[in-house]
Design a protein around this ligand. Sequence first.
Ligand SMILES: Nc1nc2c(c(=O)[nH]1)N[C@H]1C(S)=C(S)[C@@H](COP(=O)(O)O)O[C@H]1N2
Ligand SMILES: [Mo]
Length: 528
Amino acid sequence: MSTVREAEETTHEPSAARAWVAVLGGVAAGAVTIGVAELLAGLMERFGWSGGIPSPVIAVGEAFIDRTPPWLKDFAVNNFGTNDKAVLLAGIGVVLFLLSCLIGLLLRRLPVAALVGFVVLIAVAMAAVLTRPGARPADLIPTVVGGLMGLWVLHRWRGLLSVGVGRREITTERRQVLTWTMLSVVGGGLALAAGRAVSGSARAIQAARATFVAPEVQHPVQVPAGAPVDVPGITPYIVPNGQFYRIDTALQVPQVEASGWRLKVTGMVDHEVEIDWKTLLSKPMQQAMITLMCVSNEVGGSLNGNAIWTGWPVRELLKLAGPQAGADMVLSTSVDGFTAGTPIGALTDDRNALLAVAMNGKALPVEHGYPVRLVVPGLYGYVSATKWLTQLKVTTYAKDQGYWIPRGWSAMGPVKISSRIDVPRDGRSVSPGADGTVPIAGVAWDQHTGVSGVQVRIDDGPWQSAKLGEQATVDAWRQWVLHWPATKGRHTATVRAVDAKGQVQISAEAPPPPNGSTGLHSVTFTVS
Ligand SMILES: Nc1nc2c(c(=O)[nH]1)N[C@H]1C(S)=C(S)[C@@H](COP(=O)(O)O)O[C@H]1N2
Ligand SMILES: [Mo]
């Protein structure tokens, strides 16, 4: 009699009612795994015990970026612009949450499948961590420890699920489940936040950056008084560091301490050379104004910026190494594994290709390559502007290729002549000034060749010459303005640049891939 009663009492709740318990188990395990792993990863980074990327989330994200098919990358850049990383991180969060729920659900009916699935996910994360540049076996510790903790939570939950629960105990069980879930999720979240907060040597690096004094140069670059065109709303002639566009494949900005920084010159050279931060700073530094340009820039886009860079000419370093005959390319490598293949001529001729340590008189911002990056006039960033630079390999195009080349971009990336209207903005309403004119103004560039003219067309009218700001150097953009005697109504302005040889920018439209967009920028506005 008593046994029958017991059996009745311990009858499982209808499965739907207990599904949420299972799902919460998955969520709790996921939260604990990620929290523990991120906390440990943060500590490892903080104390410099990591070689590559010890965070499983960031490692998986970066491995994903490296494997993103070109169409998806273009979609992401076009739709999210420079927010693409935030979107990816949010996406990873959603996927991890759904996977946790799924593992929890499996735990109820197919516990072995749940555990195997969990272990497979951990294995994938371990593979991602191990294949990041600079990875060491120790980088696996956070993922492994987090994974074991997650397994333990799943195991406990499995116990909870398999124990029959009598009706009277349901309230107690519910309280227990909710308490454990809360503890796991809140604890995991706090651990994650703590891990992020301590991670990197971020604070030490910011302190070193703040006290860094840009090296003295013999010929400081001045902005010619006539170079900026004084029109409200135009892009600053020199773009402040904090406003400078940022493009890279790093989900987490590499934190490189200058004191431990080394640059190696290898490959087809007579002598391999290695320099450290102190040696670099002891070299005669130069300044150069150079406009950087991203190949992904659409017509009218703003993935470009002009700055004054301080650095040691790359040609001097290459001279020390002695490039051998037959070498036609230098493959530069970043600490995060990004590579760019630059024609060796652009690094050995007399142009100002720099190992840059300062941007507009300040230490490079961490996002822009601190402590050292390459800047090469006349070439798109993807073939030249390696940030967090760590190696230069003298080689050939036949043997090596940069990061973006197998992803559908051309091996050669000279900047194409182009121009942009900054004011009026597209779709705006403007009123003429006291003199009855509306300023139409912007920038035009043809790095390392130079812009000799800018022409503007209003509606279907004739091309009119704009007034050009002074040319500071052929490596920098020029500002321009046309004070147009305005007529009321809706108008479209179109711009085109003229290069140093008198050749006019082509109107044929081409998308950014494989080697840079072409076409003319136009804006439509209303004069009231
Ligand atoms: N390490 C590293 N360097 C990099 C990249 C990158 O993804 N990783 N992107 C390049 C590209 S495509 C461009 S356009 C420039 C952008 O430099 P910025 O972010 O300082 O504007 O950096 C170049 N250097
Ligand atoms: Mo770029």
